[in-house]
Ligand binder design. Structure first.
Ligand SMILES: C[S@@+](CC[C@H](N)C(=O)[O-])C[C@H]1O[C@@H](n2cnc3c(N)ncnc32)[C@H](O)[C@@H]1O
Length: 224
């Protein structure tokens, strides 16, 4: 029987399925792989004049807790209730809250910028488009989300939601415009494609910034 996305990610959380000893959100959320984001995200938000941020999914807030969020209204959201409850207990403040929701189905809280890091690459094509539609329905002005900028192969495989594949959002079937800015993550991770080939570094792991209107325009064209 097919498991729901909620069950899949709940199981990953319970089993520490991404196998990091530092973060249940996986190696990509460790501090050694997010140091550049921690440094570069606040100046980007300031340049954009953004005062509210929806971080969906927020995972365990492992690296975001080190980001300077002063002056920002922050909402973190995730599909795993235990993660949200633990974050709320440990990290909530007057301007920071954590909510439980399924970004594919539930109404999303309003914010000027939606950060969706390390999530769409766990989704099937249909769910990536479902997520983009959900984001586009909000009043957000910007989308900041994971994209692998020079990955030509393998990428954008149509996986079952819960697995992962590197995605390049400029390439089919997504075909977003080039991002208006990139935060290069400086990841130390590698990806293995089997025993025949050596592990490939993830140097091209980035957060791409899109005007939400560009996403809305893309969604007016056909998609699978
Ligand atoms: C790899 S972690 C990334 C977390 C965080 N963005 C970070 O950079 O550390 C992926 C997260 O996506 C959450 N997730 C998966 N599907 C979701 C959905 N439909 N709605 C909300 N959260 C979801 C999982 O529970 C998990 O916490």
């Amino acid at each position: 029987m097919d498991r729901t996305a909620a069950e899949v990610f709940q199981q990953i959380y319970q089993d520490n399925g991404w196998r990091s000893t530092e973060s249940v959100s996986g190696w990509g959320s460790e501090l050694q792989n997010t140091a550049q984001l921690i440094r570069e995200l606040p100046p980007l938000l300031r340049r954009l004049g953004v005062t509210s941020l929806l971080d969906v999914p927020c995972g365990d807030f492992n690296w975001m807790r080190h980001v300077d969020l002063v002056g920002l209204d922050y909402t973190g959201a995730d599909i795993v209730p235990g993660l949200v409850a633990a974050n709320q207990q440990a990290w909530a403040t007057a301007h920071r809250r954590f909510v439980h929701l399924d970004l594919l189905r539930d109404p999303l809280p309003g914010a000027e910028l939606i950060l969706c890091r390390d999530c769409l690459f766990h989704f099937s094509h249909a769910d990536v488009f479902r997520a983009l539609q959900q984001f586009a329905r909000t009043p957000a002005r910007y989308l900041l989300t994971t994209t692998f900028t020079y990955r030509s192969w393998p990428r954008n495989a149509d996986i079952v939601t819960g697995q992962w594949t590197p995605i390049n959002l400029e390439m089919p079937p997504y075909c977003l415009d080039p991002p208006r800015a990139l935060l290069i993550e400086g990841s130390h991770e590698t990806i293995s494609y089997g025993t025949d080939t050596p592990p490939v570094p993830m140097h091209d792991r980035c957060l791409g910034l899109w005007d939400m209107d560009a996403v809305r325009t893309r969604l007016m064209r056909p998609f699978p």
